[in-house]
Design a protein around this ligand. Structure first.
Ligand code: HEC
Length: 131
């Protein structure tokens, strides 16, 4: 009986420390990887947003948000900015792709992958630089 419970405790510790190690490395990788606007953010916008948010697209007609360039993204909609550098919680760019508002982007399209969502969130958190 004693032997059995010791084995069980040992196993629980093994599982607990393995998951702690995983959580630790996971968060370190997330914090330290610097996101590049040109090589990480722009490809997502091009692939998932430009269909509508380009000069003659419906996303620009309705909102004024042109995602063809860094300048366009930072200018925002005709009502104001959609990116608040350093604060992904209040940036409409993140709010919409994460589905935290009444409307979601991409409009009527498959939502972004968790990985793409994380790239946009990290980029804004890291200061939304044109890097
Ligand atoms: C199929 C077309 C379409 C696609 C694709 C699309 N959008 Fe939009 N987007 C729209 C339309 C239309 C509006 C205006 C919606 C409204 O005001 O009701 C809009 C508005 C917005 C707004 C402004 C909302 C506001 O009023 O604050 C943001 C930010 C936005 N889109 C981001 C994105 C992002 C980021 C992507 C890509 C991940 C994307 N959109 C993909 C059509 C699209």
């Amino acid at each position: 009986m004693h032997g059995y419970s010791r084995k069980k405790t040992g196993l629980m510790w093994a599982i607990l420390s393995a998951s702690l190690a995983f959580a630790a490395t996971g968060s370190t990788a997330e914090e330290s990887s610097l996101v590049s606007f040109k090589s990480d953010v722009m490809p997502i916008l091009q692939y998932r947003c430009l269909e509508c948010h380009r000069a003659d697209g419906p996303g620009v007609a309705y909102s004024g948000l042109n995602l063809e360039s860094y300048e366009g993204l930072m200018k925002g909609t005709r009502f104001g900015p959609v990116v608040v550098p350093g604060n992904a919680m209040v940036s409409n760019l993140n709010v919409l792709v994460e589905g935290r508002a009444g409307i979601r982007m991409p409009h009527n399209r498959k939502r972004l992958t968790p990985c793409e969502i994380q790239v946009l969130r990290n980029w804004v958190t890291q200061g939304a630089k044109n890097n």
